[in-house]
Design a protein around this ligand. Structure first.
Ligand SMILES: NC(=O)c1ccc[n+]([C@@H]2O[C@H](COP(=O)([O-])OP(=O)(O)OC[C@H]3O[C@@H](n4cnc5c(N)ncnc54)[C@H](O)[C@@H]3O)[C@@H](O)[C@H]2O)c1
Length: 253
């Protein structure tokens, strides 16, 4: 028996990274998964690998309300309903606040914050109609503390926690639980972009993070599974930090 047998979960940003691992794990636990992304080739290949009775890829730019409507319709057409959502799509840009162009700030808000809002707005009524379910929002370590150079990103991730708490309160009576994952440094294209000195990044986190390493996307997927399954049946409105102890404090020895 899988932890998500009979469930239908829409995952955004599912073509690679954490979203891909969430899709793989959720499918292995019995869910039908709807993969939304703007990286069509990777998303379609993943859906094909998981099998058409298990996975459907839809082009879903989370900033576009029409894409959300089409994704919901496609999911219902293929699998009959939706009872889970993982708002995972996100982008990161490095800049000091005083050097950040307005367009860059607004672009990050659109994807990370508006995308999450549109996901809740468009999918929660479907989850309610299915009799209840779960929403997992992807925030960040930077939803709970500051970090130089990622001001726009941190602002949106703080906002995702606000959305999470309000949605949890508003949707509880509709049998929908809403929680957030707050990853630290995770080994994906976001934290290890092409051309970056991988050894230098690993060395940085060996020193910064108490557990001495970056996290793996599969580890975040296991937390998203916990928050999407009945194992977390009495938990809603909470941020869950998964960061190897980074936020716990600094070491001076
Ligand atoms: N990697 C980290 O260290 C880290 C840490 C904390 C939080 N996060 C968050 O985790 C989530 C997943 O990131 P990741 O690490 O897997 O990075 P990633 O870049 O590998 O994956 C992000 C995915 O989101 C998709 N995406 C981007 N814009 C989109 C849009 N407008 N519509 C739909 N999809 C879009 C991308 O195509 C990509 O597939 C993000 O929300 C990110 O902010 C990542």
């Amino acid at each position: 028996m899988g932890k998500l047998d009979g469930r239908v979960v829409l995952i955004t940003g599912a073509s690679r990274g954490q979203g891909e691992q969430e899709a793989r794990l959720f499918a292995a636990e019995g869910a039908k998964v709807v993969l939304g992304d703007v990286l069509d080739d990777q998303g379609e290949a993943l859906a094909k690998e998981l099998g058409e009775s298990t996975a459907l890829y839809v082009r879903l730019d989370v900033t576009q309300e029409a894409d959300w409507a089409a994704a919901v319709a496609a999911a219902k057409d293929s699998f009959g309903r939706i009872d889970g959502l993982v708002n995972n799509a996100g982008i990161l840009r490095f800049n000091e606040l005083v050097s950040t162009p307005l367009e860059e700030f607004q672009q990050i808000v659109q994807v990370n914050q508006v995308g999450c809002f549109l996901g809740i707005r468009n999918v929660a009524p479907e989850i309610e109609a299915a009799g209840g379910g779960t929403i997992v929002n992807t925030a960040s370590y930077t939803a709970l503390t500051g970090m130089a150079g990622v001001g726009s990103y941190a602002a949106t991730k703080h906002a995702v926690l606000g959305l999470t708490r309000v949605a949890a309160v508003e949707l509880a009576a509709k049998r929908i639980r809403v929680n957030a994952v707050c990853p630290g440094a995770v080994d994906t294209a976001m934290s290890m972009p092409e051309g970056v000195d991988r050894g230098a990044v690993e060395e940085l986190y060996r020193n910064l993070v108490p557990l001495g390493r970056v996290g793996q996307p599969e580890e975040v997927a296991r937390l998203a599974l916990f928050l999407s399954s009945d194992d977390s049946s009495y938990i809603t409105g909470q941020p869950f930090v998964i960061d190897g102890g980074w936020l716990a404090g600094v070491s001076i020895v």
